[in-house]
Design a protein around this ligand. Structure first.
Ligand code: SF4
Ligand code: SF4
Ligand code: FES
Length: 262
């Protein structure tokens, strides 16, 4: 009788999963069905390991795009938890489901024709922020550890710059909005706050504007054309010989000796 053939688990699509030597198998309950997966995988890779293929709910795989929010509970624990599937390592007996999309409130406004102050505009478009009951569920839910309740409070106080700053790391995963008892769409309100803050409350970067004007005027066309004509070796040489700002130079104090390309 021939020796039993060792069956290798199928590695699903996406990033190739390299299993650690002697990885222990742990149970994971995905949408109600138990699967055994090797420990150390992220929830996203664990889902793929079980043969599921992502057609939505997955983007950057790096904790940036907000596409992979998920909910989980541990067997026997009443607490409902949240995370990003691409960032959270699977643990034994997690019961998980994904939140690939959550309907958030969207409004439209013309950023070039604003006829009110930023706090008035937030009040007009998102009056429901005043329904916040201060429960803090949103802050506890956020996988980016953002003080969501704090930025909603800043909106209520009319401090749109503060709301913009506090919400800056939001990746719009929608997890906070999905749990808000006041049905507030915190991420889209915060997005509006950041846009208004950039347009109306932040001083213009004059140096950036003047550099953009120089680019438009064609100042760098000749230099660019010279570069495109160079061979690879000459380009490498130019790159290696370039003047570089010292790592510890004080901000704004260093200037290259050759200013012809500025
Ligand atoms: S979950 Fe909603 S009601 Fe609770 S603190 Fe956050 S915004 Fe306010
Ligand atoms: S504030 Fe809300 S939408 Fe933004 S990252 Fe946190 S949970 Fe996700
Ligand atoms: S896939 Fe982009 S945050 Fe997880």
């Amino acid at each position: 009788m021939s020796a039993k053939k060792k069956i290798q688990p199928v590695i699903a699509c996406g990033d190739k999963t390299i299993l650690p030597e002697g990885a222990k198998m742990i149970p994971l309950i995905i949408m109600g069905k138990e699967h055994m997966i090797p420990e150390t995988l992220t929830v996203m890779k664990a889902i793929e390991y079980t043969g599921h293929q992502y057609t939505r709910g997955c983007g950057c795989r790096g904790g940036i795009c907000g596409a992979c929010g998920f909910f989980y509970r541990f067997e026997g624990d009443y607490k409902l938890k949240t995370g990003l599937a691409c960032q959270t390592v699977a643990e034994p007996n997690m019961i998980i489901t994904q939140l690939p999309f959550f309907p958030m409130k969207r409004t439209s406004f013309d950023i070039e024709n604003l006829h009110a102050t930023p706090d008035e505009l937030i009040r007009m478009h998102y009056p429901e922020v005043f329904k916040c009951v201060g429960c803090g569920t949103c802050t506890r839910t956020c996988p980016m550890e953002i003080d969501v309740m704090g930025y909603v409070a800043a909106m209520k106080q009319g401090n749109i710059k503060k709301a913009a700053e506090k919400s800056f790391d939001c990746i719009l995963c929608g997890l906070c909005a999905s749990r808000c008892p006041a049905q507030i769409s915190q991420p889209t309100a915060a997005l509006m706050a950041r846009r208004l803050s950039a347009k109306m409350l932040t001083p213009k970067a004059e140096h950036l504007e003047s550099r953009a004007e120089e680019v438009k005027s064609g100042k760098y066309e000749g230099m660019l054309s010279d570069l495109t004509k160079m061979d690879e070796e000459s380009l490498k040489e130019l790159y290696l010989e370039r003047e570089r700002e010292p790592d510890l130079a004080k901000a704004g104090e260093w200037m290259p000796e050759d200013k012809s390309r500025l």
